[in-house]
Design a protein around this ligand. Structure first.
Ligand code: SAM
Ligand code: SF4
Length: 361
């Protein structure tokens, strides 16, 4: 086994695209060595704390048609739902009472006035019901600057908008090439979010058809160059009722997608030591201990699903989504044990904001 190159890259912080691509593609003993190095050292600078964000996937209505996603507009087999504000506020109260510190509100993308106004009032209600103590992250897709501002003023302070792939050609292989799915607009939205003052998060899917290690290295450099505060990235998992399914034979094995996802997390942790990084739910769809493994190698945020159980099975971005038949309590309990097993501490009642965000202010 040769570890010389890995050691040199880490010690000299020699993060060229070529070196990043090399780290992302590691296999076997070298990979084990690399992951161990990152796992042993990164908590020294970032601390051992892991922050919980209660995730409410409150609606699967979507106006977009991303080729990979099970709740895309054209999937007529998707059973649509929209949880009412009262049930969402109740889920927020559950998160608050269970000392989660923060909430994530996520849904399909809609930008009609009724929807944007509803979210503004919902955010205010959540703040009120939790004495302003619950941090709020939202992930509601591309919106106008005015809408982003309204939501910020109503109490959301973090926003997640994955770029999905920073390679524009690849972006248009996984999205229709039209007004509604525009790469430049996505980039512009990220800049607007940063300008308004959100802690801004992005991310990519790993193991997409047509994607190379060099693309993934570029994704990491994109996060760095865009000065992003938070990243959520995880394996792409094919869904039979989506257009991308026709390329299933060109995909890496699920295990390889999982392994490369952990390599990406570890590599990004050394590239951007002070950002927040989520252990994506999709990791657990491949490996029951997937999220805990991510915590060992660089992730510091985990998102227990607190969506009302009756609706969970219909937020099927991909098949075999984990925790779809558990209540919020089950998820909370199993997660706290798992976090401790990964040698980490839970930051109860803390917002767990991105350290990077405060440094770039
Ligand atoms: N609609 C919003 C948006 O697209 O930004 C937020 C919700 S969307 C379902 C959240 C994320 O799910 C997307 O950014 C995408 O990366 C991920 N996703 C969708 N389909 C997926 C799949 N088949 N495998 C893995 N992740 C997927
Ligand atoms: Fe809609 Fe988001 Fe799925 Fe795209 S990824 S189809 S915007 S929910």
């Amino acid at each position: 086994m040769s570890t010389e190159r890995i050691r040199k890259i880490i010690n000299n912080k020699d993060f060229t695209k070529e070196n990043l691509s090399y780290l992302i593609s590691l296999e076997g003993d070298e990979r084990d060595y690399f992951l161990k190095q990152v796992g042993n050292t990164y908590t020294e600078s970032l601390g051992k704390k892991v922050y919980f964000r209660g995730l409410v996937e409150f609606s699967n209505f979507c106006t977009k048609d991303c080729y990979y996603c099970g709740i895309r507009k054209s999937n007529t087999h998707s059973e649509r739902y929209d949880i009412d504000n009262k049930a969402i506020v109740d889920a927020a109260i559950f998160a608050h009472e269970n000392k989660y510190g923060s909430l994530v509100l996520q849904s399909g993308e809609r930008s009609d006035k009724a929807f944007t106004v509803r979210i503004t009032s919902l955010l205010k209600k959540i703040k009120e019901a939790t004495n302003g103590e619950l941090g709020i992250t939202i992930s509601l897709g591309e919106q106008s600057e005015e809408t982003y501002r309204d939501w910020f003023e109503a109490g959301a302070h973090r926003y997640l908008l994955r770029i999905e792939s920073s390679n524009q050609d690849l972006y248009y292989k996984i999205h229709p090439k039209d007004e509604k799915h525009n790469f430049e607009t996505r980039i512009k939205c990220l800049k607007t979010l940063q300008k308004i003052g959100y802690q801004t998060g992005t991310g990519v899917m790993i193991g997409l058809p047509f994607q190379s290690y060099n693309d993934l290295a570029d994704d990491l450099l994109f996060f760095k160059n865009t000065n992003i505060d938070m990243v959520g990235m995880g394996p792409f998992i094919e869904h039979t009722e989506t257009p991308l399914y026709e390329h299933k034979d060109a995909l890496w094995s699920l295990q390889r997608r999982f392994d490369v996802s952990l390599n990406m997390i570890a590599t990004l942790r050394i590239l951007m030591p002070d950002i927040n990084m989520a252990a994506a739910t999709a990791l657990q769809a491949i490996d029951p201990m997937g999220r805990e493994k991510a915590l060992r190698y660089g992730a510091n945020v985990i998102m227990p699903n607190i969506t009302p159980t009756a609706n969970r099975k219909d937020y099927t971005l991909y098949e075999n989504k984990p925790c779809t038949d558990e209540g919020a309590d089950d998820c909370a309990n199993c997660l706290s044990i798992r976090v401790e097993m990964a040698g980490r501490e839970i930051g109860y009642n803390e917002w767990g904001d991105s350290k990077h965000f405060f440094k770039r202010q």
